[in-house]
Design a protein around this ligand. Structure first.
Ligand code: GLU
Length: 288
């Protein structure tokens, strides 16, 4: 049987809520059904928003739900050097450029030429280019902060015909679906942020490959990310996982759970006497 490895990859920026429990259980149950492996990964590259107490709460909440995972758990903040190596590969391929612009400068630029910018999954589809080398050198010497953006035009040139056939595989209850990947919906995506030298996209794609993840199971809010992730996999010569984007859980009013919904956090439910088994059942899973 083909090996099956999946993961739950929360960011410790708040307490887990019912939506996270649904996502974690979806991946966990899929691994169990396939006789595969379930990994937990802490995606804590955002050093200002991530807090150790939220990481502790993740372990506590998931243990309470009856989940078990392999140890040691990979914490992304311990591996910035590895993401720098992945970024260097993109630099060597000439598909990334330094972007010194502030968010405001980008928005102003777009406002002046709105026809140039459609909306992408993470905001405006900004398309820029590297500064002339001398100008860039001056800014670097001045210590000006910069992000690295993936030039979709350069990636397209590099891949040639492969760009047109780029696709990812989405597994649905009806079977496997091949989806044409159109990473340019992101515009020139930031692959390394100014503050930490990486991004969710780069770190996540890197780690999924490193950890041998065969099935990326996550909420459908990240469906579009697969378009970009597939391109990064090709550029970094990484294996291609199968994707399963699951529906997002909503409350009685049809609203998605969010970190601001204090009452729906697993911690508050546990403290008010809820039973883990009841929650698992309520979420549509039949065990613990
Ligand atoms: N860390 C991401 C989040 O908490 C999930 C990333 C993923 O599953 O690919 O939304």
């Amino acid at each position: 049987m083909m090996e099956f490895v999946t993961r739950f990859a929360p960011s410790p920026t708040g307490l887990l809520h019912l939506g996270h429990a649904f996502s974690a259980l979806t991946a966990y149950e899929a691994a169990k059904q396939a006789d595969g492996r379930f990994l937990l990964r802490i995606e804590d590259i955002d050093r200002t928003r991530c807090k150790p107490e939220f990481e502790e709460a993740i372990y506590e909440d998931l243990r309470w739900l009856g989940l078990e995972w392999e140890t040691p758990v990979r914490r992304q903040s311990d591996h910035f050097d590895e993401y720098a190596v992945a970024l260097a590969t993109l630099q060597e391929k000439g598909v990334v450029y330094r972007c010194f612009k502030t968010r405001k400068e980008i928005l102003d630029e777009i406002a002046r030429a709105p026809h140039l910018s459609r909306k992408g999954p993470e905001g405006p589809q900004y398309v820029g280019e590297a500064l002339p080398p001398k100008e860039e050198q001056t800014l670097i010497e001045e210590g000006a902060p910069y992000a690295w953006r993936l030039s979709m035009a350069a990636a397209k040139d590099l891949l040639g015909g492969e760009w047109e056939t780029l696709s990812f595989t989405e597994e649905t209850p009806e079977g496997l679906r091949t989806v044409k990947a159109t990473p340019d919906i992101f515009g020139d995506a930031v692959v390394a942020r100014k503050d930490n030298g990486t991004s969710y996209h780069l770190a996540s794609v890197h780690d999924d490959a490193l950890q041998g993840v065969t099935h990326v199971i996550r909420g459908e809010d990240l469906y579009h990310a697969a378009h970009l992730h597939r391109l990064l996999q090709v550029l970094l010569a990484l294996p291609e996982p199968v994707y399963r984007h699951h529906r997002l859980l909503t409350d009685e009013t049809g609203r998605r759970f969010a970190k601001r919904d204090k009452a729906a956090t697993l911690k508050s439910m546990r403290e008010s006497g809820a039973k883990a088994d009841d929650i698992v059942t309520r979420l549509g899973f039949s065990r613990v």
